[in-house]
Design a protein around this ligand. Sequence first.
Ligand code: DLL
Length: 437
Amino acid sequence: MIWNENKECMSRDEMSALQGKRLHSTVKYVYHNVPFYRAKLQALDITPDDIRTVEDIVKLPFTTKQDLRDNYPFGLQAAPSSEIVRIHASTGTTGNPTIVGYTRKDIEIWSECMSRCLTSFGVTRDDVFSVAYGYGLFTGGLGAHYGVENMGAAVVPASTGNTEKHIRLIRDLGITGIACTPSYALYLAESLEKMGLTKNDLKLRIGAFGAEPWTESMRTEIQERLGLKGYNVYGLSEIIGPSVSYECECQDGSHINEDHFYPEIIDPDTLESLPDGQMGELVFTTLTKEGMPLLRYRTKDLTYLMPYGNCACGRTNRKMGRITGRSDDMLIIRGINVFPSQVESVILSMEEFAPRYLLVVDRVNNLDTLQIQVELRQEYFTGDFDHLAPLEALAKKLSDKLKSVLSISAKVQLKAPNTIQRSEGKSKFVIDNRKLK
Ligand code: DLL
């Protein structure tokens, strides 16, 4: 089934014409409503009339997360605040989070995109769908929720946590679909087995997994252990949230909702556009957004665009490959985005610690784990790790602070001064042992 054949199966010429028209309107809209963009366009001597077709997009300036941070909180908002009906926020590298305001129309488009995605996964009005992404400032929970409701399936807003209770609900309500991070899906599988249940006790048949990189081997394992078919959904809050792109039954790349989000791939160093099939940084321009439209937003996600072609599912929308990594140092731990610099600023807000630390990320029993090794300052080190009691309290204080400031769970290991290995070149602050095959 296809949710919106008019928009998911257009001919290339029709799609390009629509994109060109929408791009022109977007540029005109930001030129008149966002001083940041007007200044950028004027500096390049561009007026909205210079942008008529999608090919003109290369004339436009890029937008980065730094721009969003510099214009915190509402500097890039184009719609008047009276038109904003929802605000989400996501992690920034330091201090300021990224704020995204949505108008009512933005929320409708987002729900439409999410409905296209769920329909593509095979969800119908007869399904009962559990949304186990976090509800809150993160776009996963509410984004998926509105999509399920919009398409007429029943939504169970389970959110995260309370895993045993959630499993009982999945069993007792005959829940048939679940949206969550792939690592949480594996954790669910494990908890199911610990409860003495098997996939045959459940009716799950479809999983909508995303918000973090995952692999084919994880897909196989989740499918095997939960008895469902797992599909990839991609998105980011700056652009809309989940459902910027989604897999279809062919599971060979993800269709982009390109009537709303125009994709490009660039070389992250030279900023040159790259041809189809070549790996580079994914860039999106929003074509219909009112709250916070963005021109050529650099996602930092590394992937490639597939050549145009008709997919066996019937959709003609452009496909992108899986995200294979990022061109910055952002880590995604159990779906939560975190930059090492944020961890550093929490560490350094406590006078007992030196600016020497190592983040060790791993995947244990299918769940991401974070261990933070951090050096004590000389004056706080008694030279005696045998009397550990006050140090245990100190480690707990740091892990509590990380939880409250960054929402991450970390195991803190205190180190004596000068014991974390120094490197000759650029210091290594992160060891990521998760193997992405
Ligand atoms: O993660 C939105 C989302 C929620 C997508 C639920 C899918 C499902 P942010 O918190 O802003 O938004 O994080 C966006 O997460 O730039 C990617 O690096 C990563 N990411 C999202 N989906 C995928 C995916 C949401 N399917 C950042 N595969 C993005 C790999 C993903 N990485």
